[in-house]
Design a protein around this ligand. Structure first.
Ligand code: HMG
Ligand code: MG
Length: 304
């Protein structure tokens, strides 16, 4: 029987052009990124994370951030947020025309050091001037917490550590906090335990699930999150991606598999699955690999 407390509508935040491509070994041309974002918009995605304004020495794949922002076709009703780790990144993003940004912290000290070269406390302090500048500019800020269900360097992470970082991000003005299972080690039980701790400090309606699918648990973890009342999920078309600072981490859960799940549960996403699968097959072809989702393989005949 369908759980009647499931939300009627779920927001999917497409992170393929950023999380998906940031770790790609081959250089992905800017016009491919722009085309990918356009196809995702046409498939009905309403939030498409377009790029990140991080150091090009740290993440060379995102070095064309300004060009991407200059060339994307901005559909009405669609948001194109970008990652910004500090004020410098925020200022560049603003000049490039970003109207929504995301800051990213971690629940693990070691991951914070490897990913953004500072402690958790330092990262939160670094976000404060960014938050003030964003408020002045009328720019919405989302927050991320990485390693919420495990860290590649420290192993298990206490749910209370996740809750305290998520609460700080929410208190400083992030309208939504995305909880990242960076290395995909979470299970439905650990997901619900972590969410219960975070929901004590941040309203569940302001939380998002960001599941990497390293162990094939992402869809199960999304279902477990729905049971807890979460109604926002990050996903990456074709399951693209990984994390440059989490070796072995595979991509995010594939957007098309999430849409298939939501369709089956009668939950509205406004996304056209056939168009999305066609997009998944197109980007996989451009990158020279098979589609990374079950749906794209299963629906191949409908989406040539
Ligand atoms: P740093 O080296 O400590 O920074 O890096 P710094 O302030 O000492 O500056 C060093 C140099 O970087 C200077 O340039 C700065 O101007 C420059 P130089 O004088 O040497 O020529 N710099 C910048 N350049 C461009 N944009 C900027 C910027 N800031 C400084 N914003 C920094 C600190 C945060 C910049 C660096 O560690 C970095 O860029 N890290 C990014 C890491 C990253 O992008 N990781 C992947 C995204 S997070 C993720 O994938 C997880 C997520 O998906 C959720 C999940 O799955 O868990 C969100
Ligand atoms: Mg991620």
């Amino acid at each position: 029987m369908i759980n009647m407390s499931f939300p009627k509508r779920v927001k999917i935040v497409e992170v393929g052009p950023r999380d998906g491509l940031q770790n790609e070994k081959q250089k992905v041309p800017t016009d491919v990124k722009v085309e990918l974002i356009a196809r995702l918009g046409r498939a009905g995605l309403k939030v498409i994370e377009a790029t990140s304004f991080v150091s090009p020495k740290w993440v060379p794949q995102m070095g064309d951030n300004t060009e991407v922002m200059a060339h994307i076709e901005r559909l009405s009703g669609v948001a194109y947020p970008v990652l910004t780790p500090n004020l410098k990144g925020f200022e560049s993003a603003l000049v490039a025309g970003a109207t929504e940004v995301a800051v990213f912290a971690a629940a693990s000290e070691s991951f914070s050091q490897r990913n953004i070269n500072c402690s958790i406390v330092e990262s939160l302090e670094r976000f404060l001037p960014l938050m003030n500048a964003a408020r002045d500019a009328g720019v919405k800020v989302r927050g991320y917490v990485s390693c919420v269900l495990g860290c590649p360097y420290e192993g298990e992470i206490a749910p209370e550590s996740v809750a305290s970082v998520a609460a700080r991000l929410f208190q400083m003005g992030c309208y939504e906090v995305s909880l990242g299972d960076t290395i995909g080690t979470g299970t439905p039980v650990s997901t619900q335990r972590m969410l219960a701790a975070v929901a004590n400090k941040v309203p569940i309606s302001s939380l998002a699930g960001h599941f990497h699918d390293t162990y094939g648990m992402a869809i199960a973890n999304i279902y477990a999150s729905l049971e807890m009342g979460v109604s926002v999920f990050d996903a990456s078309v074709s399951g693209l991606g990984g994390c440059p600072y989490a070796s072995g981490a595979s991509g995010n859960v594939a957007t098309e598999d999430v849409v298939h799940l939501m369709n089956g549960l009668g939950i509205n996403t406004d996304i056209n699955l056939v168009d999305l699968v066609a997009c998944s097959r197109w980007i996989s072809g451009v990158l020279g690999r098979n589609p990374g989702s079950k749906s794209a393989v299963a629906m191949s005949a409908q989406c040539q």
